[in-house]
Design a protein around this ligand. Structure first.
Ligand code: SF4
Ligand code: FES
Length: 261
């Protein structure tokens, strides 16, 4: 199998596309393939990983023009998958002339974040936006002697959002994050909504106001790339829609020039 890997040299500030041919036994993941390339063909290849089990969120990258976890993506599954065609297209996701999508694996760094080296991106902007939403519970009262009572439905709704592993695949897939650098992004907004939902939280409605601005809830254009690429099934678009509806019920108006439904 021919792998084409985007390289970036921070010393010379130059990019290139390198080609590597390796065997791809059944069950091989893209992360396995990168290790094979690093161990056998080019030890200078840089990429980020930790758990190798879709838990830590470290290995998100652009694989065949879709943001995915390299450790969870089997090479064989890349061919014939219709995922790419469902994503809202924008410049980072467009096919390139030097890649044949039916027969080659193209691996590039996650879009919308600066590249440090090869496939390693600087996550600072992603985590700066994450901190804006103050992602920690602010209970209204001291913890009860036993547990907080919650209904199964409340737990199920919360779990939709607590499943996030901070991989930034949604951030890299989002056309708005490309156009608007200060947009908080899908993961931060989904996390903010998670705290709004939490029955243990003491500042549910005030929480929503943290993103009641043109960089927050109102910047989203509902392309839904975030939900489609999320490896944990988190639906940031649902969170954003629900938050907007709640803000409207609180008498708040959209804070940009777009016509939001
Ligand atoms: S919402 Fe999904 S895609 Fe976005 S950071 Fe969390 S796990 Fe990754
Ligand atoms: S290495 Fe941890 S999610 Fe891929």
């Amino acid at each position: 199998m021919l792998f084409k890997v985007q390289r970036y040299d921070p010393e010379t500030k130059t990019s290139r596309l390198d080609s590597f041919v390796i065997g791809t036994p059944e069950g091989m993941t893209v992360l396995d393939a990168l290790f094979r390339i690093q161990e056998q063909l080019d030890p200078s290849l840089s990429f980020r990983y930790s758990c190798r089990g879709a838990v830590c969120g470290s290995c998100a990258m652009l694989i065949n023009k879709v943001p995915r976890l390299a450790c969870r993506t089997q090479v064989a599954a890349l061919f014939g998958t219709p995922t790419a065609s469902r994503l809202k297209p924008w410049r980072a996701l467009e096919a390139r002339a030097d890649w044949r999508p039916r027969t080659e694996v193209l691996v590039e760094p996650l879009p919308n974040l600066p590249v440090l080296k090869d496939l390693v991106v600087d996550m600072t902007r992603f985590f700066d936006h994450w901190r804006v939403v103050e992602p920690a519970l602010k209970p209204a009262q001291d913890p009860p002697d036993k547990e907080y009572p919650m209904t199964p439905a409340q737990v199920a709704e919360l779990e939709l959002y607590t499943n996030c592993i901070l991989c930034a695949a949604c951030f890299g897939a989002c056309p708005v994050n490309d156009q608007q650098a200060d947009y908080l992004g899908p993961a931060a907004l989904a996390k903010l909504y998670r705290f709004f939902l939490d029955p243990r939280e003491g500042e549910n409605d005030p929480r929503l106001l943290l993103a009641h601005n043109p960089e927050g809830w109102w910047a989203c254009q509902f392309h839904t790339n975030c939900r489609q690429v999320c490896p944990r099934g988190v639906p940031p678009n649902i969170a954003i829609g629900q938050a907007r509806a709640r803000l409207r019920r609180l008498g708040k108006k959209p804070l940009d020039s777009l016509d939001h439904d």
